[in-house]
Ligand binder design. Sequence first.
Ligand code: ZN
Length: 76
Amino acid sequence: MRGYVNIPGSVDCNCCKVCGARPIIVLIKDIGYVVKCPVDDSHYRTHPGLIDINDWNIHNTNCINHAEEKSIFSFH
Ligand SMILES: [Zn+2]
């Protein structure tokens, strides 16, 4: 599995419009960074290169934010 990093909570980014997951940043060797949905590769992903959260946000408006609600209301 390739390495990935979570986007810090202080960064203003939308959740996946398909499933509501918070996106992750994946570094693909020799290609660059991709902002993508952690759940499914078929959901939106940015073009490899620089980290482009702006592009992610443009393509994932009206997100339902399931992941955030889960983290607030579950205890683990
Ligand atoms: Zn998704």
